[in-house]
Ligand binder design. Structure first.
Ligand code: CP
Ligand code: NVA
Length: 299
């Protein structure tokens, strides 16, 4: 049987994304699943994490599986041991690899050499598991995803890329407002049919969802000073929210930097669904694990 990887939102068909969101909603409602009974999953993390690590750990256990966490210092991916060797060794012990890496290429190399599925738990290019949880959150909060207009304000980063691809798959419109030089890659804009603008107000006007993320992602710490200057006009705060549609929601993948991309108190704004969003990572990832590991025997 050919293995499935989930490195990009684009690795799932629009129909599969719809199914994952629907299934996640049922799992959230209390439906039980033993899809990972007798299976082990390696959680290979080069970067820190709260939500992704805990939600995968708990989610795998809830599906009857066994998570094995491996931090940066334990494995030395590409340092102590070649990525291709790590991929082949893990393939002999576990049934899937969930990996958070600095360079997307590391995931591609893991996927190429592993005989088991590799799931992107965040790279510099995409964060597909975040986008799946986000689509569940939009569905729950607004009752639909089709036709919803999403405004992403800030860096055209990994979270923005996966959000744009997932939105396009489900028929939601997406406008991204970024400073010049920090836009989403042109190929992705075209693939996802995303509108890229410069002014936050232009993206947010009449939007159903206002979404932002940190200005300095993990791995970009050496650019902090310049980024804080460049993104200064891109803060999501109550006055920017006023421009959105009445009843619009505010989303953020977290962790948030209060006083930077969000004004302090924004996470507690009446429009904020950020903690539902964090919870939904758990349900969406369980549904994604079911899909990716579907039909793969434990032998
Ligand atoms: N949103 C998200 O991926 O959070 P962590 O970095 O804490 O996993
Ligand atoms: N863009 C952020 C997301 C964290 C969940 C980062 O890559 O650090």
């Amino acid at each position: 049987m050919t293995k499935r990887d989930l490195l990009s939102v684009a690795d799932l068909s629009p129909e599969e994304i719809r199914q994952v969101v629907g299934r996640a909603s049922l799992l959230k409602g209390g439906e039980k699943s033993a899809a990972l009974q007798g299976k082990s999953v390696a959680l290979l993390f080069e970067k820190p994490s709260l939500r992704t690590r805990v939600s995968f750990d708990v989610g795998i256990k809830e599906l009857g599986g066994h998570p094995v966490y491996l931090g940066k210092d334990e494995v030395g991916l590409g340092g102590r041991e070649a990525i291709s060797d790590v991929a082949q060794v893990l393939s002999r012990y576990v049934d899937a690899i969930v990996a958070r890496v600095y360079h997307h290429q590391t995931l591609e190399e893991l996927a190429e050499h592993a005989s088991i599925p590799v799931i992107n738990a965040l790279s510099d290019v995409e964060h597909p598991c975040q986008a799946l949880g986000d689509m569940l959150t939009v569905q729950e909060s607004l009752g639909k995803t089709y036709g919803v207009s999403i405004a992403f304000v800030g860096d055209g980063n990994n979270v923005a890329a996966s959000l744009a691809l997932a939105a396009a798959s489900l028929g939601a419109g997406c406008t991204v407002a970024s400073p010049q030089g920090y836009e989403l890659p042109a190929a992705l804009l075209e693939a996802a049919g995303v509108a890229q603008v410069t002014a936050p107000e232009e993206a947010v006007a009449g939007a159903d969802v206002v979404y932002t993320d940190v200005w300095v992602s993990m791995g970009q710490e050496d650019q902090t000073k310049e980024r804080l200057k460049i993104f200064a006009g891109y803060q999501v705060n109550p006055s920017l929210m006023e421009l959105a549609k009445p009843g619009a929601i505010f989303m953020h993948p977290l962790p948030a930097h209060h006083g930077e991309e969000v004004s302090s108190g924004m996470l507690e704004h009446p429009a904020s669904v950020v903690f539902d969003q964090a919870e939904n990572r758990l349900h969406a990832q369980k549904a994604a694990l079911e899909t990716i590991l579907e039909g793969r025997g434990s032998g």
